[in-house]
Design a protein around this ligand. Structure first.
Ligand code: ZN
Length: 65
């Protein structure tokens, strides 16, 4: 299930693995360094605004991007 950008816990869309959203100003960069990948939810409408939900993959799953 896609993760809302304000959700304190990020969940892998495939297996349900979760990780706490990093608290710092770097955003989710520390997660990318651990192998997590996220992208805007392609099913979200309308698409003309920045997405509010993101699909994520954990380090053990095929990356979403
Ligand atoms: Zn996963």
């Amino acid at each position: 299930m896609p993760t809302h950008y304000k959700d304190p816990v990020i969940a892998c869309d495939r297996r349900g693995a979760t990780v706490d959203r990093p608290p710092g100003r770097e955003g989710t960069r520390p997660l990318h360094e651990l192998g997590w990948r996220g992208r805007g939810n392609p099913h979200e409408r309308p698409l003309r605004f920045a997405p509010h939900t993101f699909v994520w993959s954990c380090p053990g799953c095929p990356p979403v991007i």
